[in-house]
Design a protein around this ligand. Structure first.
Ligand SMILES: Nc1ncnc2c1ncn2[C@@H]1O[C@H](COP(=O)(O)OP(=O)(O)OP(=O)(O)O)[C@@H](O)[C@H]1O
Ligand SMILES: [Mg+2]
Length: 356
């Protein structure tokens, strides 16, 4: 920083000296002309005024140059970053990745998946093996911090597993073209984004081509129950969802969740992942959503993560994640009959308590 400041100072000093010399020259010229009686009083006033004005204009030049210099310093690394930014995951060679299947035949297989965050912390997943069969709804339950959302990040290739592999139709995820794969996955994240955009735009960003989402937006809003939110807004889907803009509104937590759900449904995906989709919904909204859920995920592979057993029990298959592994798997009825961890958690929420 001091080196940069010194350089600016040197530049400013050079400009200052040049400016001073020019001024001195101009004043000297005026003085000589006036001394020789070649200038009238009016000429003198005109010359002096011109010199003073030129000086005040020139005064800003070093500052402007310094400002541009600083701006350039900041822009250069930004553009270098944008040019060179590639995700820290294994990628198929440019243009050689496989296209993700339109409708997976087998589904997703997790094979001994192990993971710890590169940012630090302990092992989160430790040999997770499970199958998400195509066309079925799989639910994952587990206590806070069990690694459920981490699994979503691996499925969507935010990170690569450290051990084991995740396969889609028998092919490792890394062999698929990243954009093609992500284009076939719709995710409703637990910590979804609340964009300072209109309601319609907030939903359309979930579509494969947001600019041409059109009718998908209203259809998705209907699925997620966000059409009710639109109906009570002053400008419907064109209402900005932030108070920062004129005519904007602030939604409640549950209303935002409906928007996030609609965003997930705006994409025609093969794999639908819902991470805590109903945490903020009231009982009626949850009921309405799951009444339509089967129809919505018909023919798709769905993964549902929830702490609400009313939601979980709808799944074809339930996986219990504990200590970084899948400890139980089966349908709701099977797991309750088994009397293990799932049954204990279920009964706990149903109002009774038994040691897990
Ligand atoms: N970016 C990160 N860097 C380091 N550790 C992380 C990161 N994100 C999550 N973790 C850790 O990974 C573990 C699993 O987190 P994860 O979010 O997957 O849990 P979860 O099962 O989704 O929990 P919840 O039910 O609360 O949503 C936690 O112990 C958490 O502290
Ligand atoms: Mg989570």
């Amino acid at each position: 920083m001091s080196r940069l400041r010194l350089r600016e100072l040197r530049l400013a000093a050079i400009f200052g000296v040049v400016q001073a010399l020019m001024l001195a020259g101009a004043f000297w010229y005026v003085a000589v002309q006036a001394g020789a009686g070649r200038l009238t009083l009016g000429d003198l006033a005109l010359y002096l005024n011109a010199v003073i004005q030129a000086e005040s204009q020139l005064l800003f030049l070093p500052f402007t140059v310094g400002f541009f210099h600083k701006a350039l310093l900041r822009l250069r690394p930004l553009f270098a970053f944008l040019d060179g930014a590639t995700p820290a995951i294994a990628l198929a060679p440019e243009g050689r990745g496989r296209a993700a299947p339109d409708a997976p035949r087998a589904g997703v297989e997790l094979r001994g998946v192990g993971f710890r965050y590169p940012e630090g912390g302990g092992v989160v997943l430790d040999g997770v093996s499970a199958t998400l069969p195509a066309g079925r709804v799989t639910a994952i339950v587990g206590i806070n911090g069990a690694g459920k959302s981490t699994l979503v990040k691996l499925l969507t290739r935010m990170y690569d597993p450290d051990a084991g592999a995740i396969l889609l139709d028998g092919v490792p995820l890394a062999e698929y073209d990243l954009a093609s794969l992500r284009g076939r996955i719709a995710v409703v994240h637990q910590d979804f984004a609340r964009f300072a955009l209109t309601l319609g735009e907030n939903i359309a960003v979930g579509a494969a081509t947001p600019g041409r989402a059109g009718g998908r937006v209203t259809a998705a809003a209907h699925w997620a129950g966000a059409d009710g939110v639109a109906a009570k807004l002053p400008h419907g889907y064109d209402t900005p969802l932030t108070r920062r803009f004129e005519g904007g509104v602030e939604l409640s937590g549950g209303e935002w969740q409906k928007v996030a759900l609609a965003r997930g449904f705006a994409r025609d995906a093969a794999l639908v992942i819902l991470d805590e989709p109903t945490a903020a919904l009231d009982a009626e909204a949850e009921e309405a959503l799951f009444a339509r859920f089967r129809e919505l995920v018909a023919g798709k592979t769905a993964l549902l993560i929830s702490h609400r057993f009313s939601t979980v029990r709808l799944a074809d298959q339930i996986l219990v994640l504990e200590g970084g592994r899948i400890v139980e798997a089966g349908s709701h009825a099977e797991l309750v009959a088994r009397g293990g961890c799932y049954a204990a958690l279920y009964e706990l929420q149903a109002g009774r308590y038994r040691q897990c």
